[in-house]
Design a protein around this ligand. Structure first.
Ligand code: MEV
Length: 319
């Protein structure tokens, strides 16, 4: 039996545009997806089970794909527990895929701490997300696998972890220093599917030069955000987050509730934007007054999380 966990994430800059090879910056947060996996001992057991239910591609798409591609052993009994609200834009599906692949590594006789193991887990989890969603970037899965802070860029820079290529898009995945920031996440309570949101942007991207320019502009804002992070210039960082929110709004992935929570947080924040896929889901603010921001988000109908950033990546937990 093994127990593993992996962190959720917030994206500070670059969601959606990163699917087209632009840059993105994500931070692992202290909310984790946890699972317990063991092989089913009964001779009659034929199928994998999650929380007592047989794994099927409809209900458990991420489990079904990850297991089909990465496990040839006996049927598995899996129990899950998540602190990350599902479909909230905080990376619960990536954390699920990564903690499952971590468990498979350990059950197969390997170790998550072994040489190259995190990279293999990150790559396999990216393949899982890609096949379930039809399109994806390695942002969420690398953040869940490596933890701390992650930068995806168009070229190799200091802190390089791995290079990933998929069709016309390629990404250099780096580890970056976790900034000293107070972050508040506001969940709208509106669930949205990543595949739907990524598909919506893809249709617009194929049709519209304005959308393609917007995607490029998000990439530029992300690289300016990286400079502001390195200089610990929170005022500039905030301005760039506000700009990134406007660009995501122009892409068509915001939601009236997200705009409301962003507006409510701004008077107490350096900057605020939607985070993750949008269409509902969550927003993130950076602030010196986390309690005030949390209160404002709550008053505007959202669910606030004062998130600790810079959590460790996938880990084997105590048995
Ligand atoms: C979702 O957290 C981030 C997106 O950019 C999709 C992806 O990168 O795979 C919307």
């Amino acid at each position: 039996m093994v127990q593993t966990s992996a962190p959720g994430k917030v994206i500070l800059f670059g969601e959606h545009a990163v699917v087209y090879g632009e840059s993105a910056i994500a931070l692992a947060v202290s909310l984790r997806f946890r699972m317990r996996v063991e092989t089913r001992t009964s001779n009659r057991a034929r199928s994998h089970r999650v929380d007592g239910r047989r794994v099927d591609t409809g209900h458990h798409a991420y489990f079904a794909h990850a297991l089909a591609a990465n496990w040839t052993g006996a049927p598995l009994e899996m129990r899950t527990r998540s602190e990350i609200p599902s479909a909230s834009g905080m990376g619960s599906s990536a954390a699920l895929a990564v903690s499952l692949l971590g468990a498979l590594t350990e059950l197969g006789g390997g170790s998550i701490e072994g040489e190259g193991a995190r990279e293999r887990i990150a790559r396999a989890a990216f393949e899982t997300e890609y096949s379930v969603q039809g399109r994806a970037s390695p942002t969420d899965t690398s953040t869940a696998a490596f933890g701390q802070g992650v930068l995806l860029a168009k070229q190799a820079m200091p802190g390089l972890l791995m290079h990933v290529q998929r069709g016309a898009a390629e990404w250099y995945v780096h580890s970056i220093k976790v900034p000293r920031l107070n972050i508040v996440v506001g969940y709208t309570g509106e669930k949205s599917g990543t595949a739907d949101m990524v598909g919506k942007v893809r249709k617009a991207y194929e049709r519209s030069a304005f959308i393609r320019d917007t995607v490029k502009e998000i990439g530029k804002v992300t690289m300016e955000g990286l400079t502001a992070l390195e200089r610990e210039d929170v005022a500039r960082l905030g301005e760039l987050m506000d700009r990134n929110h406007q660009l995501l709004y122009n892409l068509g992935v915001s939601h009236p509730k997200l705009d409301r929570l962003v507006a409510a947080a701004r008077p107490y924040s350096h900057g605020a934007k939607l985070t993750g896929k949008g269409g509902g889901g969550s927003m993130v603010a950076i602030t010196d007054e986390p309690e005030e921001v949390a209160r404002a988000i709550k008053a505007a109908g959202g669910e606030p999380y004062i998130a600790k950033i810079g959590a460790p990546g996938v880990s084997r937990d105590g048995d």
